[in-house]
Design a protein around this ligand. Structure first.
Ligand code: UDX
Length: 433
C-alpha cells in the first residue's frame, strides 16, 4: 500500500519505519525542514531502541521523507501522527497541528473524487474525528476518516509496532475498516478490535488514564509501606499475582512522566468536565503525581540534613529508560528543585544528556559515566531505571564517592552487591528507622 505519515516524531517515525519494513511504500511528511533534511541524510534526531538500524535498511528504498503534502494524491492511507500537546491555557489537548495538517491535506488534494483513508493516530479528544471529517468532506466526500490510536511505548516502539497487545480501528465505514485490517495483517486477528470512531478515541485516553492511575496507586502504597514497615516489592508482587490486577505497571518510583500520561490524564479530565462527568480518580491521580517529585526532594533533603554543602550525583534524567526523552521527566523536575537548594550537582544519563542540557543549561555538572558522576558525592540518587544502573560496579564506585549512600527511587540497585561494599541503599517503599 502507499502510505503517507504526517508527523515524524516518536510515533510517526517508528510507525513509518515499521510499515516500510513490512514492504509498504511510505512517505513521511513533516513541516520541519531541518528534521526532514537530517532524516534524508540518514540521521535520526531522537534516540529509540533498535530504530536506527531498521531505519537505515529502508531509507531511500521504500521509505522517503518530504516536507510536501503532494504525496497524499497517490496515497491509499494517510496517517496523522502530529503532536497534540496540552494547551497553554487549559487542560485540553491543543489541536492546532491536527487542524493545520487537515487543512494542508485539503489544499493539496488534486482529485476531488480520490479515495483514501485519513487515519488519526495522534491522541485526540472524543469527537475530533467528526470535526476532521466535516472539514475534509467540504473538499472530498469520498475520503474515510478513521481513528487508529497508537499505544506504542517509547523505548519499545518497534517491538510494540510488530507485537502490540491490540490494534484498535475506529471507523464508521466498512470499507475503511477492511483496508485498515489488511494494513495490520501481520497481527493476529483476535488482537484487532474494530469499534466506532468515538469509542476508539476514548479507548486511548481511558487506557493511559488507567495506567497512570495504577502507577499513582502503587506510589501511594509505597508511602504506606514506608510508614508501616511493609515492603513495596513484596506487596506489589503479592497483589500483581492476582490476574485481575496483573503485575505490570506496579513499580513504585518518582512518578510518571513523558509526553503522554501527564497531558492525556489532564485532557481526560478536561473532556470529562465538558461532558459534565466527575472522574475524581483521574483527578486524584493528576494531583498525586504532581506532588510526587516534591516528596522525593524532601526525602533527599532529609537524607542530607546533617551534611554541610553536600555534593549530589544524579543518575538518570530521561523520563524512563530506553529513550532520550526528557519531556515531563520526574528526574528533571527533581533536579530543578534541587538546584534551588544545593550548589554542587553532578548528573549522568546514558542517552538524555543533550536533551537535558537544553532544559538545565549550566546549572549542573554534566558527566560521562556513573563513576565520573559519583566523584566526591555525599549521595547518589537513581532517578531513571536504566539497565546500566542495575549493573553498577560497586568495587569501582567505592573509591569515588565521599559517602557510600544511594537513594534508589526506582528500586533497581542490587542490594546484595551494594552490601558487599558497605553501601547504604535507601529504597522507595521500604521502612527505615
Ligand atoms: C505511554 C503508554 O504506555 C503508551 O501505551 C502510550 O501510547 C503512550 O504513553 P510512554 O510514555 O512511552 O508510553 O511510557 P510508559 O512506558 O508507559 O511509562 C510512562 C511513565 O510511567 C514513565 O515515567 C515511567 O517511568 C512510569 N512508570 C511506568 C512507573 O513509574 N512505574 C511503572 O510501573 C511503569
Amino acid at each position: 500500500m502507499n502510505i503517507v505519515i504526517i508527523g515524524t516524531g516518536y510515533v510517526g517515525l517508528p510507525s513509518g519505519v515499521g510499515f516500510a519494513k513490512l514492504g509498504h511504500n511510505v512517505v513521511c511528511v513533516d513541516i520541519d525542514e531541518n528534521k526532514i533534511n537530517s532524516l534524508k541524510e540518514g540521521k535520526l534526531l531522537i534516540y529509540e531502541n533498535n530504530l536506527e538500524q531498521a531505519f537505515l535498511e529502508v531509507l531511500n528504498k521504500n521509505l522517503i521523507f518530504s516536507t510536501s503534502y503532494s504525496f497524499i494524491n497517490e496515497a491509499d492511507i494517510v496517517i496523522l501522527a502530529v503532536g497534540t500537546p496540552q494547551s497553554n491555557d487549559s487542560e485540553k489537548a491543543d489541536l492546532k497541528y491536527i487542524f493545520t495538517a487537515t487543512n494542508e491535506i485539503c489544499k493539496n488534494l488534486k482529485d476531488k473524487n480520490k479515495y483514501f483513508i485519513l487515519a488519526i493516530k495522534s491522541t485526540v479528544p472524543v469527537g475530533t474525528g467528526d470535526k476532521i471529517e466535516q472539514i475534509i468532506h467540504e473538499v472530498n466526500f469520498n475520503i474515510d476518516v478513521a481513528s487508529l490510536p497508537e499505544f506504542l511505548r517509547e523505548g519499545y516502539a518497534l517491538e510494540d509496532f510488530y507485537n502490540p497487545d491490540r490494534v484498535v480501528i475506529g471507523s464508521n465505514s466498512y470499507k475503511a475498516s477492511k483496508i485498515l485490517k489488511k494494513l495490520y495483517s501481520h497481527i493476529d486477528n483476535d488482537k484487532i478490535l474494530i469499534t466506532s470512531r468515538k469509542s476508539a478515541e476514548l479507548i486511548k485516553y481511558a487506557s493511559n488514564s488507567f495506567l497512570a492511575m495504577k502507577i499513582h496507586f502503587i506510589n501511594e502504597i509505597a508511602d504506606f509501606c514506608e510508614k508501616s514497615g511493609a515492603n513495596i516489592s513484596d506487596v506489589a508482587l503479592g497483589i500483581g499475582l492476582d490476574s485481575r490486577i496483573g503485575s505490570k505497571f506496579l513499580n513504585a518510583g518518582p512518578g510518571y512522566g513523558g509526553s503522554c500520561f501527564p497531558k492525556d490524564t489532564l485532557a481526560m479530565l478536561g473532556m470529562a468536565k465538558e461532558f459534565g462527568i466527575d472522574i475524581s480518580l483521574v483527578e486524584a491521580t493528576i494531583n498525586g503525581n504532581n506532588d510526587r517529585f516534591k516528596k522525593i526532594v524532601n526525602n533527599i533533603k532529609d537524607i542530607l540534613k546533617d551534611i554541610n554543602a553536600p555534593k549530589i550525583g544524579i543518575l538518570g534524567l530521561a523520563f524512563k529508560n530506553g529513550t532520550d526523552d526528557c519531556r515531563q521527566s520526574p528526574a528533571i523536575k527533581i533536579v530543578k528543585e534541587l538546584i534551588t537548594n544545593y550548589q554542587n550537582i553532578n548528573v549522568y544519563d546514558p542517552k538524555a544528556i543533550n536533551n537535558a542540557k537544553s532544559i538545565l543549561n549550566e546549572s549542573v555538572n554534566y558527566t560521562n559515566s556513573i563513576y565520573e558522576c559519583a566523584k566526591e558525592c555525599d549521595l547518589l540518587v537513581v532517578l531513571t531505571e536504566w539497565d546500566e544502573f542495575k549493573d553498577i560496579d560497586f568495587s569501582k564506585l567505592k573509591g569515588r564517592v565521599k559517602v557510600k549512600k544511594i537513594y534508589d527511587t526506582r528500586n533497581i540497585i542490587d542490594l546484595n552487591e551494594a552490601k558487599k561494599y558497605d553501601f547504604d541503599v535507601i529504597n522507595i517503599g521500604v521502612y527505615r528507622k
